[in-house]
Ligand binder design. Structure first.
Ligand code: FES
Ligand SMILES: [Fe+2]
Length: 340
């Protein structure tokens, strides 16, 4: 007897606001999240802000030269402290009532507050978050008990070390917004089953029949061999919940699927240009990637609409082609526990 049929997540999980809130708490506040590049924070005082899954955050390079990450929430009455997407500031000063914080997050100055003898100034530091950098990518984690970033990356670290171009510099960031739940987009990323109908261009280049997904603890590696070569010294893959990479000697890119709300996802692509690749070839690689992404961005809102229509609940997953989707769903189920 073959293995039992496995089923996708219930349709409700793709739009229910309560599920989304539970995912924010149980998934996005416990995993490492890629939010930017270290090069954006070269000088002391430089910062970037982000709001992955609705958690407003900022990372700033302190006067001590170190990176400090915080929730972008004032301890007085919750205003954002930094309201631009990036910039430089000498002090962290709230735009609402002017409370000021030091580089390390300690509350430093409270203007004209009045008599308050038991004011707990020492207890009103900014809420800090973990910050780490891998290959120039800036990651944050809201959970102080999470494993170190390098451990979290698992086999991705070694694969990218072995297959990425020896020399490459950051080339271009592309951002799209897709009207679908973040899981709708990850589901789509996690299988090659849809390549022949949806991606005719990609299908001409990939040996679709040999496409395989190999799950590891926390993510999946994809093996999509090109048709014209028997060897392909590279890999692409995904790390739960929303980080993906694509690493070949002649091309390197990273991607994330960042929830904006239960029905909207920001797709961020960073393309690195290998020194060995001409600008023209680099542009062609980006155009090729955008074509594939646009095809995915066309279908995912269509799927989303139908998941919300109240007709369909769960469909069966192909053991041959959708083992990556199944693994992702198992991770979601496990992280959510009884919260769903
Ligand atoms: S909310 Fe920040 S100073 Fe009042
Ligand atoms: Fe696709």
């Amino acid at each position: 007897m073959g293995a039992a049929t496995v089923w996708a997540l219930p349709a409700r999980w793709y739009s229910d606001p309560e599920i989304y809130q539970a995912e924010r708490r149980h998934i996005f506040s416990r995993q490492w999240l890629w939010i930017g590049r270290e090069a954006e924070l070269a000088e002391p005082g430089q910062y970037i802000t982000a709001a992955p899954a609705g958690f407003p955050l900022f990372v700033r390079r302190g006067e001590d030269g170190a990176l400090h990450g915080f929730h972008n929430v004032c301890r007085h009455r919750a205003s954002k402290l930094l309201t631009e997407s990036s910039g430089r500031c000498d002090t962290i000063e709230c735009p609402y009532h002017g409370w000021r914080y030091r580089s390390d997050g300690a509350l430093d100055h409270v203007p004209l507050f009045g008599e308050a003898p038991d004011f707990p100034k020492d207890e009103l530091s900014l809420f800090s978050i973990s910050v780490d950098v891998w290959r120039g990518l800036l990651f944050v984690c809201l959970d102080p008990d999470a494993p170190p970033l390098i451990e979290w990356l698992g086999p991705i670290e070694d694969i990218v070390e072995r297959t990425a171009p020896a020399q490459a510099s950051f080339g271009r960031e592309l951002v799209f917004v897709a009207d679908c739940n973040w899981k709708t987009y990850v589901d789509n990323y996690q299988e090659g089953y849809h390549i022949p109908p949806l991606h005719p261009g990609l299908n001409r280049d990939l040996d679709w029949k040999r496409y395989r997904v190999i799950n590891f603890d926390g993510g999946s590696l994809h093996d999509g061999p090109p048709k014209d070569r028997s060897t392909h010294p590279g890999a692409f893959g995904w790390r739960f919940p929303n980080f993906a990479f694509n690493s070949y000697p002649d091309g390197l890119s990273f991607m994330r699927m960042e929830p904006v709300g239960p029905r909207q996802t920001r797709l961020v692509y960073d393309y690195w240009r290998p020194d060995s690749v001409s600008q023209e070839d680099f542009e062609a690689t980006i155009a090729y990637g955008v074509q594939v992404s646009e095809e995915d961005q066309w279908i995912t809102p269509i799927i989303q609409e139908n998941l919300e229509a109240g007709v369909y609940d769960q469909g069966p997953l192909s053991p041959r082609h959708e083992n990556g989707v199944h693994y992702f769903h198992e991770m979601v189920r496990q992280a959510m526990g009884s919260a769903a």
